[in-house]
Design a protein around this ligand. Structure first.
Ligand SMILES: [Zn+2]
Ligand SMILES: [Zn+2]
Length: 172
């Protein structure tokens, strides 16, 4: 769905869209959408800038970075974004965004595409490192078993347990 400036010049636009699995391209192989993405919001023109506020929800599937197991992550976020006309940069090449204006983007005629906004928001929502659980024990670096599921008898790597040898030899 396109939010066009032409339309916004007349009145604010309410958005209520549902994107089924596979409808959106997230430009990443790190995760995929596994449930409908629902977005609701309102866009308005404020002094030549498009302000788009709303809320989105979906679920994504990713891979645990420690044990490589599947992880499903519920995504829910509010957004409040401002888009300036692209000509602003063209006219003033040295334009620098003041610090703290992270939510500011740019739009080109005819306006902004809701799909682009939501895929960017989901990408921003995702953690740098996905883990299935904060205490995931990962894979054994020696034999490769999933240490959440079974114990192996590989000797602990020295850097993992620097006091192992001390514990074994109790002083008399
Ligand atoms: Zn894990
Ligand atoms: Zn092992």
């Amino acid at each position: 769905m396109l939010i066009s400036v032409e339309q916004l010049e007349l009145h604010p636009v309410s958005i209520s869209e549902t994107y089924p699995t596979g409808a959106l391209d997230y430009h990443t192989s790190e995760f995929r959408q596994v449930g409908d993405l629902k977005v609701r919001g309102v866009a308005e023109l404020v002094g030549g800038e498009i302000r788009f506020r709303g809320h989105l929800e979906t679920r994504v599937a990713a891979t645990c970075s420690r044990c490589l197991g599947p992880v499903e992550i519920p995504v829910a976020c509010d957004f409040d974004l401002t888009y300036r006309p692209m000509e602003t940069i063209a006219r003033n090449e040295e334009l620098e965004l003041p610090a703290g204006e992270l939510g500011v983007g740019f739009y080109e005629d005819p306006g902004i595409e809701v799909a682009d906004v939501v895929t960017e928001q989901v990408n921003l929502f995702m953690p740098m490192q996905v883990v299935c659980s904060p205490d995931c024990r990962g894979l054994c670096p020696t034999c490769g078993v999933n240490r959440n599921l079974e114990a192996c008898h590989c000797p602990e790597a020295p850097h993992e347990s620097p006091f192992a040898s001390l514990l074994e030899r109790k002083p008399e």
